[in-house]
Ligand binder design. Structure first.
Ligand code: SF4
Length: 510
């Protein structure tokens, strides 16, 4: 967070009696900004006695066809003369648009453009989200911390550990209680953490009684200083199912060590179908179904997300009556294929590690090859509250109904969002699909995120939209808006559909 916001203290913000300061009304902080200075959030400045939005309004150009050549038409440093190429698929995002908060007036830009003969309107505004959060998915086998453990950034509680899913650990960060419900420092650090994550920057998170993780959207996690490379191919049982045929006739027994479900091929259904012989093996753990064991160890940073570094720890004595014999061969491997070992039973039926045989290397590499790269995924989650909706229509609930009825397409910086079923307009967006630095903050504290609503013009008018405020894209490119917005063009991130066309197709398919 900027030095300015550190210094920010709302109660001391006083009008300048000399009349040189101008009041910014873009958020409840209501800064008085001196000539040539920015307000507490750095997003607005006083330029020659007028409040201006400091970041340029970002207008995306979409390639003609998905996967086609992307043609950037401005590099961000050039001034826009308003007459450049690619007048076709432009999309005015809310990045740099400004906001109407509190929404006693229409959104900063309400734009019409014709798509395949249909007039579509896009309402853009930078939403102020005091109650937002992020959901983080960290692809890892390692145990990061107990469920519900507090997650900290710079010593402040910013969220908690939620469920461990298949090969991933989920974190829930932000939300009302950390942003606005705790101490001032907690709110500030939480806001800073969310913004850093949403703008795809790395941040270090410490989990109580757990690991320290460096999280960056779209990058592999670094856990206790160690970079993660692979996401598990599946649990131990799934791994057996996938690769049992590869091991047949190469080794007498395979154990896939895994914190969730450890698999044993000779007992597993997959092994039985292939005619695998009994080996008299005993696994120390809770047997679920044949060849599938829970709780072979506590969760940890070792083999397959367990605490163990020597896999033999999970084996009990081999039973000669059930098939164990001297020379019986055993492969032990983890669910990412990163750890593996080869053993043979000695005269006393004790497994002894032997050099890893070449014949098994290919099948172990196959596990590794089937693992996807470990990544951190960051989803911004926020609710477009009644106030924000009032900037779109005079009757805010109509917007909710329109979104829920698929008549309005919601985007975040041009990126498609997932709209939760149920009440309100609660959205989630993958931050890797949004343009660079799409997120800002205000020191209330709250995150500022772009949000755009695209719908047919007649639908917009019908739901009580601000018809008189509708402008063309050309006009916006030429003249900007109330905050003297500079304009900058950029290529739309790959894979995002052009929102007006996407909505038109969706509308036609309804
Ligand atoms: S914090 Fe930013 S948006 Fe809020 S009043 Fe100050 S300059 Fe304006």
């Amino acid at each position: 967070m900027s030095e300015l916001s550190e210094r920010f203290e709302p109660s001391t913000a006083k009008p300048d009696t000399g009349g040189e300061k101008v009041r910014c009304d873009a958020c409840p902080v209501m800064c008085y900004i001196a000539e040539g200075r920015t307000g507490a959030c750095d997003r607005y400045a006083n330029q020659a006695g007028r409040i201006v939005r400091t970041d340029p309004l970002t207008i995306l150009h979409h390639a003609e066809e998905r996967g086609g050549e992307v043609v950037p038409f401005l590099d961000g440093t050039e001034d826009w003369d308003g007459n450049l190429v690619n007048t076709g698929r432009r999309f005015v995002t809310a990045i740099g648009a400004g906001t109407t908060y509190p929404d006693y007036k229409p959104a900063p830009f309400i734009i019409s453009q014709e798509v395949e003969g249909v007039d579509l309107v896009t309402v853009v505004t930078e939403g102020i989200f005091s109650y937002c959060g992020v959901k983080v998915k960290i692809d890892t086998d390692r145990h990061l911390g107990p469920e519900t453990a507090t997650v900290r950034a710079n010593g402040e509680a910013v969220g908690h550990v939620t469920t461990a899913e298949y090969g991933s650990q989920m974190l829930s960060l932000g939300g009302v209680r950390h942003l606005t419900g705790g101490s001032k420092a907690e709110g500030r650090v939480t806001c800073d953490t969310l913004m850093t994550l949403c703008n795809r920057q790395p941040i270090e998170l410490k989990i109580d009684d757990g690991a320290t993780v460096i999280v960056e959207a779209g990058k592999a996690p670094v856990i206790d200083g160690k970079q993660e490379y692979r996401m598990r191919v599946g649990c131990g049982s799934a791994t057996i199912g996938m690769f049992a045929t590869q091991w047949r006739d190469l080794v007498d027994e395979v154990v896939v060590v895994d914190d969730h479900i450890t698999g044993v091929v000779s007992e597993h259904q997959a092994g039985k179908v292939l005619g695998w012989e009994d080996t008299g093996i005993k696994i120390v753990g809770r047997r679920s179904t044949p060849g599938r064991y829970f709780k072979v160890s506590e969760p940890g940073l070792g083999w397959g997300g367990t605490t163990i570094s020597d896999p033999l720890e999970i084996l009990g004595p081999f039973n000669a009556k059930k098939g164990a014999r001297e020379g019986l061969s055993l492969l032990m491997v983890s669910t990412t294929g990163e750890q593996f070992g080869y053993y043979e039973l000695d005269h006393d039926l004790k497994p002894v590690e032997k050099p890893f045989p070449e014949r098994l290397r290919k099948s172990v590499e196959l596990i590794e090859d089937n693992c996807e790269p470990a990544l951190c995924t960051v989803l911004f989650m926020g609710g477009a509250g009644g106030s924000l909706r009032a900037g779109v229509t005079e009757n805010p609930v109509n917007l909710t109904r329109s979104v829920q009825g698929l008549k309005t397409y919601v985007t975040c910086g041009g990126a498609p969002v997932y709209v939760w079923p149920g009440g309100g307009i609660t959205i989630m967006v993958d931050v890797t699909r949004t343009p660079d630095n799409a997120f800002g903050y205000v020191p209330t504290p709250a995150l500022v995120a772009p949000i755009e609503f695209t719908l047919r013009r007649d639908d917009y008018v019908r739901l009580g939209g601000y018809e008189a405020e509708i402008r063309t894209v050309e006009d916006i490119v030429a003249r900007g808006g109330e905050y003297l917005n500079e304009r900058a063009g950029a290529a739309a991130p790959a894979g995002n559909e052009w929102p007006p066309l996407q909505q038109l197709r969706r509308d036609r398919g309804r």
